[in-house]
Design a protein around this ligand. Structure first.
Ligand code: PLP
Length: 426
């Protein structure tokens, strides 16, 4: 029998972050009754199996209403499709209605989740061995993991309590350049980041665009939580403020529709100029990468998402009113429970203005050992913040997620966590 040394495999296989996430899943499966303040997935009960056929039928009805012939309808759903997908028009309308982003439909590429959008953007941009991407730290593991799979180095920009600072990005970009490498792009989650819950201030948004222009960086803006603000304050996406195509926008339907569709998208409206003067859109150029990764995003999955968009007049903000209200209640419940149970425990936490996550800083080491004890003896799961740092950090901090729980369970989960921390301290 062939035996392969684990160390002989690519570093993305032995990635310590993936190992940490596997450990978390493994602990969760051993203690299924534990309340999970770790799971960042959307709330299960928003979905019904019957939604799939309803939205599929809505999309097919939409195609017929547009005058598409039956053979073409059949092809649209069942055949290999256009590499960049068939929802470009619908997504560009949605972006205009919900976010004030005006982009041509040709600049939209439909992807297999936002995860594939990250991989395609990274692959297309990081061309030379000296190319690196900057990313806010703590960082979403899907992004650092994608970079690792592709062998693209990530240089961290530490996130301050109030979010990523443009000055820090400029400083790191200059340091990278001074070391002979090229900072190609900056990855940032602009609203209610995973894991920190932090959002960019309006000033920081404008400042980042200025720094991107000064330092010749593209920005990869990832915004899966933007709809879920705790109030109706308008938080303009970087893309909506972007007047000279600095921003590649990464989108996901995982939270606004459902994750099982595995549909996301990217918007790349940058001009690409060839040596012979030929001009094209970056989204078109990147389609070559997509065609070698997933050929095209499942047309059946696209049809389901297309049905959702057609049914809601292209406004996911309108379609998500109930979910928005639910996640607002849950974030308020989480913050209220922290106030009730942690006020006397030498802990601090941030107060995100929306989204699924908050960070609790504790006076004990929040590591895998404590997590296992927590699941086994206290019946509560959470995520060590250290999982989101590439070079150490977050050792005394916990990511709390409030998205997957019924509102009533949050109080009990936080109460159990407070007992754990009080016991661990003494
Ligand atoms: C920051 C961030 N980006 C993207 C995603 C999801 O992407 P996908 O559409 O691949 O599910 C998540 C989900 O957890 C996330 O937290």
């Amino acid at each position: 029998m062939v035996e392969l040394a684990r160390e002989s495999l690519h570093t993305s296989v032995t990635d310590p972050v993936a190992a940490s996430m596997n450990f978390l899943n493994e602990v969760a499966s051993r203690f299924p009754a534990a309340i999970s303040l770790a799971a960042g997935r959307p709330f299960d009960e928003f979905y019904e199996v019957t939604d799939i056929e309803r939205y599929l039928a809505a999309y097919i009805a939409h195609l017929r209403a547009e005058g598409m012939s039956e053979p073409r309808v059949r092809q649209a759903v069942l055949q290999y499709g256009r590499t960049n997908g068939q929802l470009g028009m619908m997504i560009s309308r949605m972006l205009e209605i919900d976010e004030g982003i005006r982009v041509p439909e040709e600049s939209v590429m439909v992807t297999s989740g936002c995860q594939e959008a990250m991989i395609i953007a990274l692959r297309g941009l990081a061309a030379e061995p000296e190319d690196v991407v900057l990313a806010d730290e703590p960082c979403y593991v899907g992004f650092t993991g994608a970079a690792r799979v592709l062998g693209v180095p990530v240089v961290s920009v530490p996130e301050a309590a109030q979010g990523l600072s443009p000055e820090a990005v400029a400083r790191v970009a200059r340091e990278v350049r001074a070391s002979g490498r090229r900072p190609r792009a900056l990855y940032v989650v602009s609203n209610f980041a995973n894991p920190s819950g932090v959002s960019l201030s309006d000033e920081a948004r404008r400042g980042l665009l200025e720094v991107a222009a000064d330092e010749d960086l593209l920005i990869l803006e990832d915004d899966p939580y933007g709809l879920f603000g705790s109030d109706d304050t308008c938080r303009p996406t970087l893309k909506s403020l972007d007047t000279d195509q600095r921003v590649i926008y990464l989108g996901s339907f995982a939270k606004s529709v459902f994750p099982g569709a595995r549909v996301g998208f990217l918007v790349a409206d940058q001009a690409v100029v060839s040596a012979d003067g030929h001009r094209s859109l970056l989204a078109d150029e990147l389609s070559t990468v997509k065609s070698m990764v997933t050929v095209n995003t499942s047309p059946i999955a696209q049809a389901v998402i297309g049905g959702v968009l057609a049914s809601c007049g292209y406004s996911l903000r309108a379609a998500n009113r109930e979910k928005i209200a639910f996640y607002r209640r849950n974030m308020a419940a989480l913050l209220a429970a922290l106030e009730r149970h942690f006020a006397d425990l030498a802990t601090t936490w941030n107060t995100p203005s929306g989204g699924f996550f908050a960070v609790l800083r504790v006076p004990v080491r929040a590591d895998e050992k404590l997590l296992e004890l927590s699941a086994r003896d206290y019946g509560v799961l959470w995520t060590p913040m250290s999982f989101f740092y590439t070079r150490g950090g977050g050792s005394h901090a916990i990511r709390l997620s409030c998205s997957a729980l019924a509102t009533g369970q949050i109080e009990e989960g936080v109460r159990r966590l407070a007992t754990l921390i009080a016991d661990a301290r003494s």
